[in-house]
Design a binder for this molecule. Structure first.
Ligand code: PLP
Length: 384
């Protein structure tokens, strides 16, 4: 699908107007309960944890956009991932990409493990490792591509094929690409999760999570968890997420263009040892990535020659926030060594390329030339 077609879909996905009044925006149904005309036969809506029309509009929209049969909205990306993982049970085993989001690693190793869900972490860019880790107890493969922060690429159709051959569910976190650039269900995956906090929300003013399934039966299992566990997205935040979806196309296409320009410029700077951006020809996963995604996205990581230069630059930039998170309209510069990967021991970080010189830039909607000029002056600034 061309970007143009998908932009149309983004604007009109789900119920794109409110049927009773024709309102152009689905109202925020700020409500916990619903009057029942017949106490013996409850109506479509009975309680806000179970159903809310604003949340439902968002759930329909994301299901359409990801090409699934059912969508779910949760209180955060981690609530989405955790609720999906709750469809498994003690004794089940998962094969998980070692470069998944830190919070996913934490919930698997520090929470679900205590409840008997076992995980083997593998380098999911190496399909042999994925295959070798499967045991008779394995129920699913969970990967994330591009990964964070070094943007390693996992071959989604190949992983989906392995899962299908072995009767496993294939699950992926599609936060970095969004359905605009990558639609894993169309590539054979069964479940997609999102931190809608990032590109889908898009304005750094919201925490939200989404999940979409390809199969109605799996949808029922997640629905059961959503209603029972109750980590639902509230109506206000559902509305903000719906609003974010409508502009995702124009935002991310522009951010991606700027990211490409910045990645190329970074390669010309003597202080920059390495640039990680999956649409660069010298990125090892470039070919695989561009087969399964419509561009490199808007996150660029780069390694500066030393920790001192990295710290100096982060102190001297004026436009980007220096912060955790990504996907906002403002550029965000993150420092994995003390932020997302602080909990990882230094040698393990180094083995994954997450050195003290590595920074990650989520490219916002500022003009690319202004961002380049700002990063340039920050790199040129005297050491503090
Ligand atoms: C931020 C993020 C999450 C977690 O989402 P929250 O909304 O912060 O709970 C999960 N996966 C990825 C790839 C993320 O970037």
């Amino acid at each position: 699908m061309k970007h143009d077609d998908f932009q149309t879909k983004l604007v009109h996905a789900g119920p794109d107007r409110e049927p009773r009044t024709g309102a152009s925006s689905i109202p925020i149904y700020q409500v916990s309960t619903y009057h029942q005309n017949d106490p013996e036969h409850l109506g479509r809506y009975d309680y806000g944890r179970s159903d809310n029309p604003t949340r439902e509009a968002l759930e329909q929209a994301i299901a359409e956009l990801e090409g699934g049969v059912r969508g779910f909205a949760f209180a955060s990306g981690m609530a989405a991932t955790s609720s999906v993982l709750m469809i498994f049970q003690a004794g089940d085993h998962l094969v998980v990409g070692e470069d998944i989001y830190g919070g996913t690693y934490r919930i698997l190793t520090a929470v679900f493990k205590r409840w008997g869900l076992e995980t083997t972490f593998v380098d999911s860019t190496d399909l042999e490792q994925v295959r070798a880790a499967i045991t008779p107890k394995t129920k699913a493969i969970f990967v994330e591509t591009p990964s964070n922060p070094t943007l390693k690429i996992t071959d989604l159709p190949a992983v989906a094929e392995i899962a299908q051959e072995r009767g496993l569910l294939a699950i992926t976190d599609n936060t970095f690409m969004s359905p605009l650039l990558q639609r894993p269900l169309e590539l054979g995956f069964d479940i997609v999760v999102h931190s809608a906090t990032k590109f889908i929300g898009g304005h750094s003013d919201l925490i939200a999570g989404l999940a979409v399934v390809k199969d109605a039966k799996i949808g029922q299992r997640i629905r059961h968890v959503q209603n029972a566990f109750g980590a639902i997205l509230g109506p206000q935040d559902s509305w903000l997420t719906l609003r974010g979806l409508k502009t995702l196309g124009v935002r991310l296409i522009r951010q991606q263009e700027s990211a490409g320009a910045i990645a190329s410029w970074l390669q010309t700077r003597p202080e920059v040892k390495k640039v990680y951006y999956p649409a660069l020809e010298n990125h090892p996963g470039c070919k695989v990535h561009l087969r399964q995604a419509a561009g490199g996205g808007a996150v660029v990581s780069f390694e500066l020659a030393s920790k001192e230069i990295a710290v100096k630059m982060m102190k001297a930039v004026k436009l980007p926030l220096v912060a955790v998170s990504l996907g906002g309209v403002e550029s965000i510069l993150s420092y994995p060594a003390t932020m997302s990967h602080a909990a990882m021991p230094a040698p393990e970080r180094a083995a994954r390329g997450i050195t003290d010189g590595l920074v990650r830039l989520s490219v916002g909607l500022e003009a690319a030339q202004d961002l380049i000029a700002d990063l340039g002056q920050a790199l040129d600034s005297p050491e503090c």
